[in-house]
Design a protein around this ligand. Sequence first.
Ligand code: FAD
Ligand code: SIN
Length: 518
Amino acid sequence: MRYEVDFLVIGSGIAGLSFALKVADYGKVCILTKTNAAEGSTKYAQGGIAAVMYDTDSFDKHIADTLVAGDGICNREVVEMTIREAPERIKELVQYGVNFDRDGGGRFDLHREGGHSEYRILHHKDNTGAEIERGLLQAVRDHPNIELKENQFAIDLITQHHLGVRVTKHTPGIECYGAYALNSATHEIDTYLAKVTLLATGGMGNVYTTTTTPIISTGDGVAMVHRARGVLSDMEFVQFHPTSLYNPSEKPAFLITEALRGAGAILKDHNGNEFMQKYDSRLSLAPRDIVARAIDNEMKIAGVDHLYLDARQIDKNELINGFPTIYAKCLEQGINITKDMIPIRPAAHYQCGGITVDKNGCSSIKHLYAAGECSCTGLHGGNRLASNSLLEAVVYAHNSAMHAIAAVPSIHICHEVPDWNAEGMVLNEEMVLITQTKKELQEIMSNYVGIVRSDLRLQRAFDRLNLIFRETEDLYNRSVLTEELSELRNLIACAYLITKMARARRENRGLHYSIDLV
Ligand code: FAD
Ligand code: SIN
């Protein structure tokens, strides 16, 4: 099938939905989403969204905290713009119908998380993301100009390459004409032609074995831009969250929000002793890279596969009412957090790098925007400050929308684009070729390109990735395309980019830490 729209949005998390709502009065909008509309990292966000809402805090402090976490390589202009725009974007979320917790006087109840010098995290209990996703999805479903299509898997961006032009990364003026997408119901690959396209495909946590991100987070947008020869940056900065609930059989790993440490929970070693004083004066609330490395180190020294988070000193009512999701989840596992310590370990959580965009969300490819976790704006630098990503997503959805609305009247649909050609492809009947390679990839990345790296580990990863890249491209070139094969190719592309950029960074900075660079 062929479709034509003004605005094509790939992804229905906070970034895609916010963009769609903003452009919907200016043309026909189509949102493609890989599985069901609510599934994505947004739904799982617990802690909240950072913004300066009252005079007790200041933009300068939030800017300073973001720059410190970013370890000297944030783009200062971007940081200032994002943080100053935040209150306006929060007001819009509230207008779309999103609820944030308030105190008895109607003021927002603000939490504090690692790296923040003030209480500035707006939240909805400990399920903020689910509330944001609910509110935005409702608003999208109520808008007559937006068509939301579930189970549509975008596989590649359409550029001049599909018109027979050889495109390299040096080709001037690469343009995006839309995307090809696999319809999971018909198994057909449809052609979506658009005046502008927004990638809002989220993160890539599944490059690693243990991740807090949902199984849909396979770096599809980043890989599509890589294949289309667009510019990507900062991929070496993978954020590991210090505290995911230790339960090896569960995927994704359940997050224990940093807000729990903000409320007083303390990290303890396998013997129940505090250890953060050895690593940072901010103790359990030091920035995440420091805390994750400290936990990794303590686990390695003791030869154990988890440590503990002790929330028992927090008031029982505050625990049960303020963190109901965590309380219930832990109880399910036989852990009563008012009485027992919580077993935790770090998990891949967030990708700071991605598709390079300017302040308007424009990528290096014409008519292609990116927002949310798949993008790299310069806000996070070497390390993202907690709860700054939902904020970045709404700010960049807004900026991209404003730019796209102005651009669309002068852009024409490219009708010369051919449909996807699957001639000669055969059905791959051995799923093991995909599942085993995915496991290998995740193990390579977890063991060699994880929290602590070395030149030798990165070299090993690179060599092994090369082999599975070649094997998988061979499979791709002869097989009928499926979601699983497409995801595997995307994961391999992301793993390659992370490893390549990690090898190129010859300094320990932010989330990139190598024992050879100490
Ligand atoms: P997502 O919400 O991940 O949505 C991605 C969308 O893209 C999905 O709809 C998916 O179906 C679609 N998609 C992907 N690939 C394709 C494809 N090929 N074709 C079609 N559709 C596709 N950040 C904070 O600021 N505060 C927090 O408290 C917080 N807590 C977090 C807790 C957890 C457990 C996790 C995992 C992350 C947390 N983060 C938090 C990070 C934050 O939630 C994410 O960065 C953010 O939600 C990403 O939003 P997004 O719109 O970019 O992507
Ligand atoms: C958390 O709640 O700890 C996660 C916050 C974030 O990832 O920004």
